[in-house]
Design a binder for this molecule. Structure first.
Ligand SMILES: Nc1ncnc2c1ncn2[C@@H]1O[C@H](COP(=O)(O)OP(=O)(O)OP(=O)(O)O)[C@@H](O)[C@H]1O
Length: 272
């Protein structure tokens, strides 16, 4: 596997070069019938600062659960989750994280600019500056002309751009993305990949991108962390040393085929 190289051993958890570090993370949930569901087992990997790391795994392997831990919304049963060197159970500057979900979660009664500005409302920034920043961020995602539009007046791709602008307007150091483009058509999704990579080049934030789409992981990621079916464990962790753009290149297609073969060999239960 030419473009796929196994990564170096993990850095110490307090290493400031790591945007995120997961160490021996395990998680169970209690089911309605009182039984316990093991979702993550002894998961460990790093997200180096400035990198794009894709978590690739089948449905139910705990990918969203892991992102929710990185965002401080859930705590692990065992193990440690560190954000910029700090335990999520302790003091983390959460304003340095952005989160983009599978559904765009736009408020229908707010215009695009006011949806983007929402992310700034928890701080002390005045209304005028919030609007200016939100408007500027909409321009970054190509929607400068649509600030006064309501969500129902926008296409799926445009709504996705608004959601991206909302997650970027606080200028986060880490962007958590949970299958954010999975509901878009193929062409719009490709456009969003290009946009995301452009913004990443300009801003240099760390991105964790959850997907169960092998091709999407290969197109976007510097590193791919591939999970096994539930309970999620790190099955393979690899670097992707390919130049952008990758879509349709022979090297990317080869890597996609290799990963698909690895998945087929891992389990017949990979359900997407
Ligand atoms: N709060 C919860 N209580 C009980 N079970 C939960 C809870 N959150 C998630 N689960 C279960 O944990 C498992 C993992 O869920 P999670 O959403 O993390 O998986 P995923 O890999 O992101 O899946 P998908 O690709 O389908 O989004 C699922 O079986 C889910 O039903």
């Amino acid at each position: 596997m030419d473009a796929m190289t196994q990564t170096a051993p993990h850095a110490p958890p307090s290493d400031p070069r790591q945007a995120l570090a997961f160490r021996h993370v395990s998680k169970h949930f209690l089911r309605g019938d009182g039984s316990s569901l093991e979702v993550l087992r002894d998961v460990g990997f790093d997200v180096p600062a400035g990198s794009v790391v894709s978590i690739l795994g089948p449905s139910g392997s705990g990918k969203s659960t892991l992102l929710n831990m990185a965002a401080g919304l859930l705590l692990p049963d065992d193990g440690r989750v560190l954000v910029l060197g700090h335990e999520t159970s302790g003091t983390v500057d959460w304003s340095r994280l952005g989160y983009m979900f599978q559904d765009d979660r736009l408020l229908p009664w707010r215009t695009a600019v006011d949806n983007v500005g929402l992310a700034l409302e928890t701080g002390s920034m005045g209304k005028r500056e919030r609007r200016e920043r939100a408007q500027a961020q909409l321009a970054v995602v190509g929607l400068g002309e649509f600030g006064s539009s309501y969500p129902h007046q926008l296409s799926g791709g445009m709504r996705s751009r608004v959601a991206l602008a909302r997650s970027l307007v606080t200028e986060p150091d880490i962007l958590l993305m949970d299958e954010p483009f999975s509901r878009l058509d193929a062409q719009t999704r490709t456009t969003m990949h290009t946009e995301l990579l452009r913004i990443h080049r300009e801003r240099g934030m760390s991105i964790v991108f959850v997907t169960h789409d092998v091709e999407e992981a290969v197109i976007l990621a510097d590193r791919i962390v591939m999970f096994s079916p539930r309970p999620g464990r790190v099955h393979t962790e690899l670097s992707v040393d390919l130049a952008h753009p990758r879509l349709g290149t022979p090297e990317a297609l080869t890597l996609v085929a290799e990963l698909r073969a690895a998945i087929a060999g891992m389990s017949a239960d990979w359900v997407i």
